[in-house]
Ligand binder design. Structure first.
Ligand code: PHE
Length: 356
């Protein structure tokens, strides 16, 4: 799980994945990294993240970690795709024209791979971007088969987090009632936004935080949530802390300060290092492994790829993340260990079964 800091060479040499497609996009100054972690279960599928990074190495590091996470995510929901992820590492924010140009060239790169990688949305890319890509390449997944439009995975991911929060509450309290429970949502973007809304609609007392103050206020006003300044997120008492922004928010500095009993959110790579699972366990904070609780978007993609058209069916499948997490929590409890280990064993079993 831990990727070392280093040069591009050191990062790739230390990685357990299969291949990295690298392209420097001279026109925009962006680096494109397509990290292919595994392909023995099927075609590698993962989102495309577009962000400004301090350096190309930071972008590559993100791609490598995220691609490994996709292998685990597909295995934990039993969908026969491989793990992969693309990072379009910007050196500076791009205007609309620059961005569209980059996406067009990215689409051509995807075409040149002839199906070695297929993609969808992630942080920094939008349904509009995916529609643009889909005009140039068939390697954009998650389309509505009737309209041909690219489906926004965000609300499905949010539904999955709801199922995960309920499973965690059932495990600790014996009931999954959200009324009277406080849920702190860190990051109210494409997933955190809908999740905060679903949680409020279910009667939870929602607290929201976002580095973008205007966005936080907009969501908070819309659903009657309390605002939490970013610097207070970790120490604010709540039942559930839902990290829904970038990764590595759970680490040796933040875990001792946490005021929650459950961590369940949509961010990828929430743990800075795998030891952080132990740190949470020692503090008796129940951790829902990120790649399971945030798999709702992936579930939706898997179902759509099987030519499913009914949204009801997709929702049903997403809701199955609840029982999956329950079995992970139960196994972990029995063995007195972090749910992360139970999740890793489940994945090993699935991967073995699929390999055979
Ligand atoms: N980016 C999301 C994730 O990491 C949704 C997604 C899943 C996008 C699968 C493409 C493919 O799960």
């Amino acid at each position: 799980m831990k990727v070392v800091n280093g040069t591009i060479r050191e990062l790739i040499e230390a990685w357990d994945g299969k291949a990295v497609v690298t392209r420097y996009d001279r026109e925009s100054g962006a680096w494109i990294f397509i990290a292919i972690h595994s392909d023995f279960l099927g075609i590698p599928v993962g989102g495309s993240r577009m962000m400004v990074y301090p350096s190309p190495e930071d972008g590559l590091k993100d791609a490598l970690r995220l691609a490994g996470g996709m292998t685990r995510k597909w295995a934990s929901i039993d969908v026969p795709f491989g793990g992969g992820k693309a990072v379009l590492a910007l050196s500076r924010p791009l205007g609309e024209e620059g961005r569209d140009g980059l996406l067009l060239r990215y689409a051509r790169l995807l075409n040149s791979l002839h199906g070695s990688f297929a993609t969808g949305e992630d942080i920094g890319t939008t349904p509009r971007d995916m529609t643009l890509l889909a005009r140039e390449t068939e390697w954009v997944y998650g389309r509505n088969l009737e309209t041909g439009e690219v489906v926004d995975p965000g609300p499905f991911t949010a539904l999955g987090v709801m199922a995960g929060v309920r499973a965690a509450l059932r495990h600790l309290e014996g009931n999954d009632e959200l009324k009277g429970r406080s849920i702190l949502v860190q990051g109210v973007g494409d997933v955190g936004g809908p999740f905060a809304r679903f949680a409020a609609e279910a009667g939870a007392q929602v607290l929201v935080s976002d580095l973008d103050g205007a966005r936080a206020r907009g969501v908070a006003d819309g659903i009657g949530a309390r605002l939490v300044p970013p610097e207070d997120v970790y120490s604010t008492p709540c039942d559930v802390y839902a990290p829904c922004a970038v990764g590595a928010t759970l680490n040796r500095k933040t875990i001792p300060r946490l005021g929650c009993r459950i961590v369940a959110g949509s961010a990828n790579n929430q743990l800075e290092e795998s030891e952080d699972a132990e740190r949470l366990f020692e503090r008796e904070i129940l951790y829902a492994p990120d790649y399971v609780v945030n798999a709702g978007g992936a579930v939706a993609f898997g179902v759509l790829a099987q030519r499913e058209t009914s949204e009801e069916r997709v929702r049903e499948k997403v809701a199955r993340l609840g029982p999956i997490l329950t079995s992970i929590f139960d196994e972990a409890k029995e063995r007195r260990e972090s749910p992360l280990h139970a999740a890793e064993r489940r994945i090993a079993r699935v991967l073995e079964g699929m390999r055979a």
